[in-house]
Design a protein around this ligand. Sequence first.
Ligand code: NAD
Ligand code: DAU
Length: 349
Amino acid sequence: MEKTLLITGGAGFIGSHVVRLFVKKYPNYLIVNLDKLTYAGNLENLVDIQDSQNYVFEKGDIVDRDYIIGLFDKYNFDGVIHLAAESHVDRSITNPMEFIMTNVVGTVNLLNAAKNSWKDCYESKLFYHVSTDEVYGSLGNEGLFLETTPYDPKSPYSSSKASSDHFVRAYGNTYGMPFVISNCSNNYGPNQFPEKLLPLFINNIRNNKNLPVYGDGLFTRDWLYVEDHAKAIDLIYHKGSNFETYNIGGFNEWTNIDLIHELCKQMNAALGVAEGTSENLITYVKDRPGHDKRYAIDASKINKELGWKPSLQFQEGLGLTIDWYMSNQNWLDNVTSGDYKNYYKKQYS
Ligand code: NAD
Ligand code: DAU
């Protein structure tokens, strides 16, 4: 094999798309997918590539320092693409410590293991840290997040991601470890766990359940199809400049309520029900504490330097997403049995 890459969190939503892309596109790379398989990790996401010769799955916890050191000894990685994280803002509000352990301590464990394993050969190595636009805080009606925007995280989730970003930069600055960081906006697409807005609402519509809109529904997010994020990660990993940060976004801002109306329209068509049927499920509920008003990304750096731009229009991406969930209702049924029911009751009752 030409290279051995560690991808963490590869059984999750974005990670599974990154693993698939790398396994298929780079048959000469050995792709090692390390995942703890939390509630958000699901090997069903990778059944189509699980028997590939250049793919290995390792079940493990990035918080377990000795395990991580052992993994670096075993594989002698050329690079790391680090996606493993606790990723849901609402869960970070009820259980911040889980986020500190995985997102901060877990990231530092990986950095330490990489530092020890790579210290005599940094020039051929790369630590790629996948982060979020939420580290920049919340925007008013105007403006966009640039790579130079000062950090101002507002939730336990975004604070833990901001902290991990700082540690990655500190290892670059202090020890010379080559790194890249990308900060991306809201992803959507197949395989997203139905605790996040779009898959939650798709699942609720198909089960004729209420659609819980937080607050006034006028919060704004920028949405990017997950495969476009995976392609950006591939490009940055191979062509990005070391020690740099790249913002990734869809140039595609929606208020939640407009997005939900668009989803309802497409779901009515997919289910063959009358106009207005899904819309009748919309229910305004108590707001998320500390809810960030607006995120919006200026992705011109990655566009100018690396030639990346989103490949799909939003309506098309949303259509593909709905098609996937409607064709994979077993997947939805499997991930919404068991613990999910308790989570849902606690979060929305
Ligand atoms: P996800 O929650 O779907 O998946 C996270 C994966 O990490 C799961 O497979 C889980 O089992 C694994 N994991 C969690 N804790 C672990 C641990 N201690 N050890 C090993 N594995 C562990 O998350 P996602 O939405 O795919 O996000 C992936 C990454 O991208 C995260 O770092 C997130 O912050 C970032 N990100 C997400 C979005 C988004 O819209 N979803 C946008 C920008 C950035
Ligand atoms: O911006 C990137 C971030 O996007 C990622 O870093 C996070 O991992 C990812 O979860 C996402 O964070 P958000 O908090 O924006 O995503 P979520 O899907 O939870 O919520 C999107 C918007 O919808 C937000 O304004 C809250 C609102 N919402 C969400 C849920 C789950 C509702 O109104 N009702 C809901 O039930």
